[in-house]
Design a protein around this ligand. Sequence first.
Ligand code: ADP
Ligand code: MG
Length: 694
Amino acid sequence: MTTQPLTLHSPLTELSGIGSAIAEKLNKRGIFAVGDFLFLLPYKYQDRTAITPVSELVYGENAQVLVTVQSARVQYGRQRTLVIECFDDTGLLTIRLFHFSQAQMKLFQPQVRVLVYGQAVEGQGRWAMMHPETKVLKSTETVTLSDKLTPVYPSTLGIGSVKISKWVAQALRCLETENLRDFSESFLQENHLAPLQQALKAIHQPQVGQRESDILNPDNPLLKRVVLDELLAKQIGMLRKKAYAQQAESVVLSIDESLQTRLLQQLPFALTGAQVRVLSEIFADISTEKPMHRLIQGDVGSGKTIVAFSSVLQAVANGLQTVVMAPTEILSEQHYQQAIKLLAPLDIRCVWLSGKTTAKKRRELLAEIADGTAQVVIGTHALFQDDVSYHRLGLAVIDEQHRFGVHQRLLLKEKAENTGKTPHMLVMTATPIPRTLAMSYYADLDTSVIDELPPNRKPIETVLLADNRRAELIERINNLVSTGQQVYWVCPLIEESDMLQAQAAEDIHAQLAEALPNLNVGLLHGRQKSDEKASIIADFQANVIHLLVSTTVVEVGVDVPNATLMVIENAERFGLAQLHQLRGRVGRGAEKSFCVLLFQRPLSQTARQRLQVIRHSQDGFEIAKEDLKIRGAGEILGTKQTGEMSLRIADLDRDCELVEMAFSLAQQLMEQDSEMADELVARWVGNAEEYLDV
Ligand code: ADP
Ligand code: MG
């Protein structure tokens, strides 16, 4: 029997160990043919080239050791643990396994030798490894050390890294007789780039003697080459998505200057230069039939609301309906109140669809929305529900876009189908997006930045305070409130559980209410009903509540200029951008404002540095840049869970120069070599249609 030689285009099932079930899993990750394995990259390496004596382990570092079992026992506690005591000539090592079978347990008999790979930690005065990889050796078995680093592939596919590396090796073997399509010779030379094939090989199969820090070094030209490939692919995908979106048509609006003047005349202030500039960008967009797709970035308090409502006003003046969407009920109610204040005096009918709207009222509102009586519709995701149908929907304003997914954008488009046109879309975010991030992920949107705060904003004085000085702080709050000012007290962040978070808030509320018997201390958290929340916020706004103990639900939107002090507990647990956002709740009035970052001792060096960044900077962009270094992009954009924007090998902080390069090369490549551009997108982004959907 003759078998066809394997090629890059061979179907997956021709590889040993891949049946239809596994092939399907791989398909979901954009792997359809043998050659696609080349683009599934290791994210780290294991060094199994040597055996480390136990006495030479380094805390926190991975190592391979060869030890002999002394004893093994199961420990019952919160988690069933197999505790294996081992030794080599130089010292003792405790291995703890958390998932183990009966059969595995029996393997660890006294005197057997075990090859262990894991991270060295300290446990009760000796070295320990938590759930390392173990291989029990047969009595005569000798250990063969590998001479190269072992790549580790992401295990998110549920397929072991060892299997993946075998398939990758087979794909690499195809490269001996086949070629991957690469950039032209001149393109490579002009941009000082290594050939792709060579780069992929180097990353999948390190050379003898190479260390992880050699390969994953941002200056390694071979790594750079692959990173650029991925970034270019993303960039091209985005540009195509943009081009596609622009093929749709929107209603051309004519700008009614006199109405705009009437809106602004109601305000006690003049727009800042930045607000004027951004508004003119928006007005230019909506005056053409290309759908607007604009992202407005503006730090907390930069005045995005009036910019948004000016745009809404113009759409309404052109006979179109508009929606204003917010990520939370609280925020949507605030937008509604603003709309009533700013737009209702101009005879514009604004309605608010909320979770607490009664069924009867809801029916009335839906009828108004459907027949167009309602000109401005405000709400949360509920605006997308099936029973809401619109009348000539022409503009959508979406606040805090990072909490809205691609999916919702799609729904919105469907909602507007009855005009036969695509609505203009304005997205606003207070999350300052570092330049490299914006370049990579928002290339499909036009961006405007409101980079100027209204005049006379007083800087917020930020101080760090160790938690053991609470008593002084509480005393100071007492004095402050006696002068008529108000205080926020934000509870520690407990990401794991809403319930624990609410519990912590209740405890702190009880403590503070006891310590401050003369004050009215309110409590706000995510598990309260929405009308309860609304009434608490209303009481805080009316200064009936003096001190508001809250979880991060106050993060966005709550606007109480009389509140001049914000205390954030366990500030070291928060992301920097989030601290900045929270702090933005104060400093909105005439009085000088303060933010106290309470921290728990001991504070690590990095934690201290991070808090110093917040203390010294009030510039959201600068803070976000620092945050990007510490946390991944996905976390900043709120897309970590969805994986919507995950990169395989590029790292937006480490590779910021390459992001810029990809940004400037994408257009050129699309023009000069569109086939190569297609190929890039297919390799990295997978199914190109995915992009065209949105
Ligand atoms: P954000 O960008 O955080 O949404 P807002 O639109 O809520 O900011 O504005 C914050 C505060 O600043 C509001 O009280 C608003 O009335 C006020 N404001 C907005 N623009 C100006 C301006 N040009 N001059 C003075 N105050 C302004
Ligand atoms: Mg706002």
